[in-house]
Design a protein around this ligand. Structure first.
Ligand SMILES: [Zn+2]
Ligand SMILES: [Zn+2]
Length: 729
């Protein structure tokens, strides 16, 4: 008997990639009677586990076939498209993340690979029961429209008990039919009548439509001021792709994926797109994943991970707000969704459109050098002229001691409120105060697990670390010297600004908009609806209010601390500060009323403030580009961030020193560090950083492999490699 098992026929073997941090697929035997092709989803044994994996290709071989474990089953789903498999290989090669880790991004929809659930519904037949009661008649009338309904639905609509409906089923008047348990995906209608574009919009739309019609790879920057109607323009490209029978992916930063955006889509295409973001339930996630795989979902609007959905007919990607740092994933596989979207379009040989009012320097340089085509929209449509932007020099016009709003800003707020308009104060800092210290002994409250101050949240009466989530109640006495009532809050957060506004304008209705006050999309929607309905006079908000919201009565925007983003000295600090403040400014005066923006700054001569006030973005970007080109920083050079982290501080330092000794010599590459990271302690781990600087055409991946490949790391040490880093903490 035993020999029979060991000699059981093995038809073939295949390589299967599993979603674990493994660099290569493993070989598995294919049991007799099973036919497998590349892309098939299968269940395979690995150790004691059963895992879902994807057939990646023929087996590598080199093993005794008889010892290979066998594929347990093939799952009933359309195979992963080749373009997606090549994309996963490409990202793994580029980011140096294990291929299995990248695969995990593509099959993160539990339940999607199970057969779709069915439900039983009932439809009216021609048979009528011998005994007809008034209740039965109501059911027959309700079902008379021909639609199938569940027993519960029929009973509810007819206003009868479930028993009445069941009686009709037994009498043969209702017949059971099987229906998919999940809602179908309505088809977006590309040819909606009544779409009127302004001449400049129509011209830009025609170019995009032509690019879609070319049916090959191209990248286009759609560069237009806030309110210029970029969305309407790229919707025309979406419509063209739909007409050509292609699927479309619209990528947005999660924060910009708003109700207003979905409403605009519905207004143009007559139905909702499929959505993909972190707020989806597991079940909805599975539904969308399956709908994309089966090409039933034609347009997906999603956050960065939507890039890994198994589209089989993808023919266009739009990246809206392409400059947003939120497209960069920092944890796990560190990838930049905008850059990877360009790769996806290139591998799939279809066009991509990058849209922004404040494009990133990377994209601008690509456009200047002719790699991307550029379309400009200069005019604001259906709105007043651009808001006027002014700097308030806080050295000359300072607020009173212990206050944060300058007299000038307060006067303008008073005027706006008297005119029945809304004002917004922007401060990108959550909580009440960013630092708490003891007036007697100088003790500062620091997170025990991170190199960061604890932020006071007065509404919640706690001190919180924004890096690891540690919280502690606000003590009444200083833990260092024991002094009672000696703690002082240093600097403002949005809660403290709201407190000052309440004191200044006791009659005004104030809304604080930050991720601490609004948890979940429903809370966001309610808050934004209240602002639109003019139930709020003054909005105090963090960056949540900066993106894409249209408040017709908002005419004054005050930026409480325009210098804030410049404190963080990384290479993109000025660019990002400009982008964020320009977007905040774009909130003002979007209806018939012109907007005003006041920037409180101690550096009115800084290039960022000058560019905002003059509205001369291109000169600012030119100077940024020149400055970076001089020192070979991106996009004129390459960077790789390397972080060495361990709970044992000494081990982290020894490992980093050993790594430094083994840096290989290479042309046009220099390795800086190790140095303690700015966040030298994070979640209890000591962190050291290296920064690899390389020339534009250096193969940094090959360099990294030559350096780190031969190094055997202690298991307690984690080394993370970030190609093209955006965070230097
Ligand atoms: Zn003290
Ligand atoms: Zn912490």
């Amino acid at each position: 008997m035993a020999s029979e098992i060991s000699t059981s026929p093995v038809a073939a073997s295949v390589a299967v990639l599993v979603p674990l941090a493994l660099p290569e697929p493993y070989d598995y035997a294919v049991p007799a009677g099973l036919t497998l092709s590349p892309g098939d989803y299968v269940v395979v044994p690995l150790g004691a586990q059963q895992l879902i994996g994807v057939v990646w290709g023929p087996a590598a071989g080199g093993f005794d076939r008889k010892k290979l474990k066998a594929v347990a089953e093939r799952l009933d789903a359309p195979p992963m498209p080749e373009a997606l498999r090549r994309f996963i290989d490409w990202i793994s090669g580029y980011t140096l993340a294990p291929r299995g880790s990248v695969l995990r991004l593509a099959i993160r929809a539990p339940g999607a690979l199970e057969p779709p659930r069915l439900r039983i519904a009932y439809r009216l037949t021609d048979a009528r029961p011998a005994r007809m009661t008034p209740a039965r008649l109501r059911v027959v009338e309700t079902a008379g429209d021909g639609f199938a309904r569940t027993i519960r639905e029929l009973a509810g609509e007819a206003g009868v008990s479930d028993g009445v409906v069941r009686g009709l089923v037994e009498a043969g008047a209702l017949a059971a039919v099987e229906m998919p348990a999940e809602a179908p995906f309505p088809a977006p209608e590309p040819d909606t009548v009544g779409m009127v574009l302004a001449p400049d919009q129509a011209e830009a739309a025609a170019v995009l439509v032509a690019r879609v019609a070319e049916d090959r790879f191209s990248a286009t920057l759609l560069d237009g001021v806030t309110g210029s109607g970029k969305t309407e323009v790229y919707f025309e490209a979406v419509a063209e792709a739909l007409r050509r029978g292609r699927q479309v992916l619209i990528l947005l930063p999660e924060i910009a994926l708003t109700q207003q955006f979905l409403d605009r889509f519905e207004g143009r295409f007559g139905c909702r797109p499929a959505e993909w973001h972190s707020d989806l339930s597991t079940r909805e996630r599975a539904r969308v994943w399956r709908g994309v795989a089966e090409a039933r979902a034609r347009v997906v609007v999603g956050a960065r991970s939507a890039l890994f959905l198994p589209f089989s007919e993808l023919g266009l990607i739009i990246v809206d707000e392409e400059h947003e740092a939120a497209f960069k994933q920092e944890d796990g596989v560190p990838y930049h969704a905008r850059d990877m979207a360009v790769v996806r379009a290139s591998l799939g040989a279809f066009p991509i459109v990058l849209s922004s009012a404040t494009p990133s320097l990377e994209t601008v340089v690509n456009a200047d050098q002719g790699r991307y085509r550029r379309l400009r929209l200069e005019a604001r449509h259906g709105v007043a002229e651009m808001p006027s932007i002014e700097a308030i020099d806080m050295r000359r016009d300072p607020p009173e001691r212990g206050r944060w709003l300058s007299p000038r800003l307060v006067i303008e707020m008073t005027r706006a409120l008297e005119a029945g308009e809304q004002a917004m104060l922007f401060l990108n800092r959550r909580g009440y105060a960013p630092l708490t210290l003891c007036r007697t002994c100088g003790h500062r409250f620091e997170c025990p697990q991170c190199s960061s101050w604890l932020v006071e949240h007065r509404f919640r009466r706690e001190l919180a670390c924004h890096h690891c989530g540690y919280t502690a109640p606000v003590p009444t006495a200083c833990p260092a010297c024991g002094e009672e009532d000696a703690l002082v809050a240093c600097g403002p957060g949005v809660e403290r600004i709201a407190e000052e506004v309440t004191a200044l304008f006791p009659q005004a209705r104030i809304a604080v908009i930050s991720s601490d006050n609004l948890r979940g999309p429903a809370a966001h929607r309610a808050a934004f609806a209240a602002i639109e309905a003019r139930e709020v006079d003054i909005i105090v908000g963090t960056q949540i209010v900066a993106k894409g919201h249209h408040f017709p009565w908002l005419t004054l925007v005050g930026v409480v601390d325009a210098d804030l983003g410049l404190e963080n000295g990384d290479l993109r600090a000025a660019e990002r500060t400009f982008q964020l403040l320009q977007q905040v400014a774009g909130r003002a005066g979007r209806a018939e009323r012109p907007g005003r923006v006041l920037l409180q700054t101690y550096m009115p001569d800084h290039s960022v403030m000058r560019a905002l006030v003059s509205g001369d973005r291109d000169t600012f970007l030119d100077r940024e580009a020149q400055a970076r080109a001089r020192v070979h920083l991106p996009p004129f050079g390459r960077l790789v961030g390397v972080v060495v982290a361990a709970a044992d501080a000494d081990l982290a330092r020894r490992t980093a020193r050993e790594m430094a000794r083994r840096v290989p010599k290479a042309e046009e590459v220099s390795v800086l560090g190790p140095a303690p990271a700015p966040m030298a302690l994070l979640r209890g781990r000591t962190r050291l950083r290296f920064l690899v600087k390389a020339g534009r055409n250096v193969n940094v991946q090959a360099f990294m492999q030559a350096w780190l490949g031969p190094i055997k790391l202690p298991t307690a040490v984690r080394v993370s490699v970030d190609i093209d880093p955006y965070s230097f903490m």
